[in-house]
Design a protein around this ligand. Sequence first.
Ligand code: ADP
Length: 254
Amino acid sequence: ARTALARSQKLEAVGKLTGGVAHDFNNILHIISANVQLMMKSSNNSEKRLRSILDAVERGSKLSSQLLAFARRQPLHPNLVNVGLLLERMDSLLQRAAGESVEIALAHGADLWNTLVDPNQLENVLLNLVINARDALKGKGKVNIALENLAIDNATAAADPELTAGDYVRIAVSDTGEGMPPEVMERAFEPFFTTKPEGKGTGLGLSMAHGFVRQSGGHIRIASVPGQGTTVSIYLPRAETQPDAALPQAPAAH
Ligand code: ADP
């Protein structure tokens, strides 16, 4: 519980940092657009306004390089991970994040395949998905997390441009919340895209989830019906459980 708390505090700090950066960016863009609009209305003071735009652009590019440096500081450290065990360990952290009136149900079979992913980043992703579900439920209701082994065959993959054939562990996080209208669904993976009130959403949760899943060789997709709910599914490739068997036999040491 102590490490879960430390981790949630760390994640909160990361959220605050990225949220703060997103907020600064908005201010900068606002200055630029206000100045451009004023310049379009009159030709007076144009030099002063141009300087102000230039300053804002410079601040923006400095911020973006800081953000990139921050993002690059998190390389993947893949490990053999059983997603069922990882989620069981996260239980109290997720429950705390979801709030008392949200019930989290976890369902999975006993013999889940292993995956080769960065467990810390997978935890961040799952925490973000649960927080999104909680927000969609307006703090009250049920979140279902279902895990299953899933073999995607060539025919299924051929019919679906987003999937490739292979063995996956599928993680489906479902809520019966407000759902997403098509225009939100289209932009949901965009960095900094949020429909949440200022200070509440960073718009980075799903974009980070997307980046993580793609880097791990998997897939992510959203199914949502406005007014009924949302399911976010993550497909993580099955790990070779006996990698040694695929390697040539090492010569006997003498
Ligand atoms: P944030 O949660 O900070 O807004 P995300 O990238 O995680 O950023 O999500 C982007 C947007 O996608 C949200 O603002 C919300 O409009 C929508 N969204 C994400 N998850 C859900 C969900 N489970 N139900 C309804 N809408 C969602």
